[in-house]
Design a protein around this ligand. Structure first.
Ligand code: ADP
Ligand code: MG
Length: 707
């Protein structure tokens, strides 16, 4: 238990909030006016940071950090492993007389040089040229991290190779946001919204996770090494009572959440809502949305802080997409919107004809992007963990579709079909010679089963896995939408009658792409059939989903938006495949180990004991049939377990020998995973037949219900 006392009376939240964040308001306070202005211009993409400004900022950042107890700084970045990486350097600089001063220069702020050779590059970086550079991402604030190592200044950075290739998840995201900015501005300016100078995407991720007692976690090698249980039978009570969702929060969890909020608020992360989720011991935390780069960084911090705070309190936070079979998995809802620097949310249905037209145009662009680049969006969530979740009945299926709700769909349908429609009756709004209907005031009906749902003024991409960085899904989403906006802008800029052009673009685009709109129950079997009829892809496994990354049209999409070069896209494809194979390789290894060295010895000695008891009872003339039958059944099943384990081992070593990354990943999917399931089937039945105190691992009943 943590002895940590949180007192929001002596330190009011408003004072605490952001105290460890080098935010714009901190910079406004601490920097000379002209330097602060310079930083704002850099944040807005108007110029690059100059050396002089960097010096001034570095000095201010250093003094601020040291005044709060920092001894080290780190260039904090997102390598392709999906975690965050940091190498800590202290501020100390020897003065030559046995003393030190605390130093941190502009050069150190702007650029770091971690040895890149131990981060995956997918062959982009020859080993003799292992240098990589990290560069400060001015759009995401620096912050102080406080833990057992002390206080560290974390500077969010982008990570590139010596030749400028992206080695992380941040660089492509920044590039995609830049492209979206450019194309969205072209569209806005073409339709008469000339005041916007910058367009940026906003994201608010909702993070799901499980908490379990540390004692259980440490006794389960599968959880410890892979984040999920590879064995475990369902207890008598699962989630069927549905009594956990939004239920009262247990005391132990509540005090965990209190400390979590405290830590996040200090770092300037606007943690807002928290509640119980559907599954037992499953929870959610959602910060208020922000600029996408800041949201991506803060989500990484949220995941790390969840783990740290849980550990301090004798628990473990599980971020895996499917820690427990048969129980809802965890996702991460990526709420996404586009805003302008003059304060307009482009997905806010408008109040007047012009903003209605704008809304419908951008909404149509999203529909088209989601339809044309469905495979790309699908690939952005293709991980071994998420494979357990997509298509199971608690998560959106592996089919990408979009929800708009009845009224909006009807409006778009009517435009596509050239019909006036009931929403235009009486309220038809004239835009020159053409007309677009007025939008209904309340478009906020909800659908919880859609993978990509419009929720009033934003879209919610729900396929993202709970442990993933949201950088990649947002990179692909922004690139896809940027491409469609570019094509819209090409037409609009050349049009003499803008209103007619808007109308015909929406009509043409929506007629062609409305097949991706689906407002019904996304979890139903009928939808799977219907989607197939509509020609929508349903890709269930991660390797196939990833292969779109090297499809020629996707590579040219990335190239034309300068998001990835061909080499960068290919290298990522290989890294993701490799990561998938490695993950299942570890899971299979753990399963074999647990089956052979934990479960098998336990059940065979239990069976032997039952057999001995049976003969002792028989010798004493007492009934012994139950012991006999039970011993026999357990012995049979454990023979099966033994055999299936051997088969798994064969499948595993066959997969390990394959060198082609795609064929290897497919072999893990097609051969190793089913072999693991076969072992599990035997083990899970055995668990139900074995005395609880003989089973070598904590069961689901304990892990899921005791806290
Ligand atoms: P729900 O979807 O559960 O009804 P809300 O509509 O309040 O809840 O929002 C859910 C999430 O969407 C929150 O994390 C919030 O920060 C985020 N969100 C709200 N508006 C936007 C926006 N314009 N851009 C991105 N995310 C947003
Ligand atoms: Mg949600």
């Amino acid at each position: 238990m943590s002895d940590f006392k949180i007192d929001f009376t002596s330190t009011p939240v408003a004072e605490l909030y952001g105290s460890n964040c080098f935010s714009n308001s901190t910079m406004r306070e601490l920097l000379p006016k002209n330097i602060y202005k310079e930083i704002l211009a850099v944040q807005n993409g108007e110029k690059e940071l100059n050396a002089y400004a960097a010096e001034v900022v570095a000095a201010a950042m250093r003094d601020w950090a040291i005044s709060k107890g920092a001894t080290h700084y780190t260039h904090w970045f997102h390598p392709l492993t999906g975690l965050t990486a940091e190498k800590h350097d202290s501020f100390i600089s020897p003065t030559g007389d046995g003393k030190v001063i605390m130093e941190f220069s502009g050069k150190e702020l702007i650029k770091g040089e971690p040895d890149a050779s131990s981060f995956p590059s997918g062959g982009l970086r020859a080993t003799f040229e292992a240098r990589g550079y990290t560069a400060w991402d001015v759009t995401s604030p620096a912050f102080l991290k406080q833990d057992a190592t002390g206080t560290t200044l974390c500077i969010p950075t982008a990570f590139i190779s010596y030749y400028g290739q992206a080695l992380d998840k941040k660089v492509p995201l920044l590039r995609a946001m830049e492209s979206l900015n450019r194309e969205a501005l072209r569209v806005l300016h073409a339709i008469g919204f000339s005041t916007a100078k910058r367009v940026y995407t906003t994201v608010g991720p909702e993070q799901e996770y499980f908490l379990i007692d540390k004692e259980y976690y440490l006794s389960r090698p599968d959880l410890l090494l892979t984040g999920r249980t590879v064995f475990g039978s369902m207890p008598a009570k699962g989630q069927e009572m549905e009594d956990h969702y939004f239920g009262a929060i247990k005391e132990r969890v509540a005090s965990f959440m209190r400390e979590l909020n405290y830590e996040l608020w200090k770092m300037g992360i606007p943690a807002k809502t928290q509640h119980n989720e559907v599954a037992p011991n499953q929870f959610e935390i959602a910060p208020i949305y922000s600029n996408t780069t800041a949201a991506v960084d803060s989500n990484q911090i949220v995941m790390e802080t969840l783990r740290n705070v849980a550990r301090r309190r004798g628990m473990e936070a599980l971020l895996h997409e499917k820690p427990f079979a048969g129980v809802n998995g965890s996702g991460k809802h990526n709420n996404w919107s586009i805003s302008t620097d003059d304060g307009v949310n482009l997905f806010e249905p408008g109040e007047n004809p012009e903003s209605n037209a704008r809304f419908l145009l951008f909404a149509a662009a999203v529909v088209e992007a989601v339809d044309r680049y469905a495979l790309l969006l699908r690939s952005s969530v293709a991980t071994s963990g998420n494979e357990h979740r997509l298509g199971a009945n608690e998560a959106p299926p592996a089919i990408v579709s979009i929800f708009f709700g009845g009224p909006l769909t009807e409006i778009l349908d009517n435009i596509a079909d050239g019909k006036p429609g009931k929403h235009t009756e009486g309220g038809s709004i004239k835009l020159g010679v053409t007309s677009l209907p007025s939008l209904p005031k309340d478009v906020s009906d909800r659908n919880r089963t859609s993978p990509f749902a419009f929720t009033g003024n934003k879209f919610e991409f729900r396929m993202v896995g709970s442990s993933q960085s949201i950088a990649t899904p947002n990179t692909y989403l922004n690139t896809a939408v940027a491409q469609v906006l570019r094509e819209f802008a090409d037409k609009l800029e050349g049009a003499s009658d803008k209103n007619a052009a808007i109308q015909s673009i929406i009509k043409e685009s929506y007629s062609k792409h409305r097949r991706v709109v689906f407002n019904g129950n996304g979890y139903s079997d009928e939808w799977v059939k219907e989607a197939e009829r509509r020609g929508l892809p349903n890709i269930k496994n991660a390797p196939d989903a990833l292969s779109v990354l090297v499809a020629p049209e996707i590579i040219s999409l990335f190239e034309s938006h300068k998001v990835f070069t061909k080499e960068e896209a290919e290298s990522r494809y290989h890294i993701y495949l490799e990561k998938y194979s490695k993950q299942i390789n570890i899971e299979a290894g753990v399963a074999i180990d647990m089956a052979r060295r934990g479960i098998f010895p336990a059940v065979s000695s239990f069976a032997a004991e039952l057999a001995r008891e049976a003969s002792a009872l028989a010798a004493a003339g007492a009934p012994s049939a139950a012991q006999e039958k039970s011993a026999k059944k357990i012995a049979e099943l454990s023979a099966g377990l033994y055999e299936e384990t051997a088969l798994l081992e064969n499948a595993l070593s066959a997969a390990q020998q394959i060198t082609d990354p795609f064929a290897k990943a497919k072999s893990y999917y097609e051969k190793v995973k089913p072999a693991m399931d076969a072992v599990r089937n035997k083990a899970d039945v055995l668990e139900k037949l074995t005395a609880k105190n003989r089973w070598p691992y904590p069961g689901y009943g304990d892990m899921l219900f005791k806290l």
